[in-house]
Design a binder for this molecule. Structure first.
Ligand SMILES: [Zn+2]
Length: 89
């Protein structure tokens, strides 16, 4: 990497430049969010209407999962009772 003060080539993860002695701030690993970036979340994600929509979606997915579980269990049970593929000994 390069010194932030004099631009000399110095080794990585050093706190001071070997040439000018200037302190080196550690480069931040997390990139700050670019609001102008086209790849980003919409600002509508914080909208209360969107939160309500997500809440309703989660509720309906839970209801659908319960219905699917009940239908599959009862359906296999009914098929097992009425089907003649495999007889109970
Ligand atoms: Zn330097």
């Amino acid at each position: 990497m390069y010194c932030q003060h004099c631009g000399a080539v110095i080794s990585e993860n050093v706190k001071f430049c070997t040439l000018c002695g200037g302190t080196q701030n550690k480069p931040s690993k997390t990139v700050p969010p670019d609001t102008n970036s086209p790849v980003s979340f919409s600002l509508k994600i914080n909208d209360p209407a969107f939160a309500k929509y997500v809440k309703n979606t989660n509720r309906w997915s839970a209801i659908f999962a319960v219905i699917l579980a009940v239908v599959s269990v009862t359906g296999f049970f009914i098929y097992g009772e009425t089907g003649s593929e495999m007889e109970n000994p």
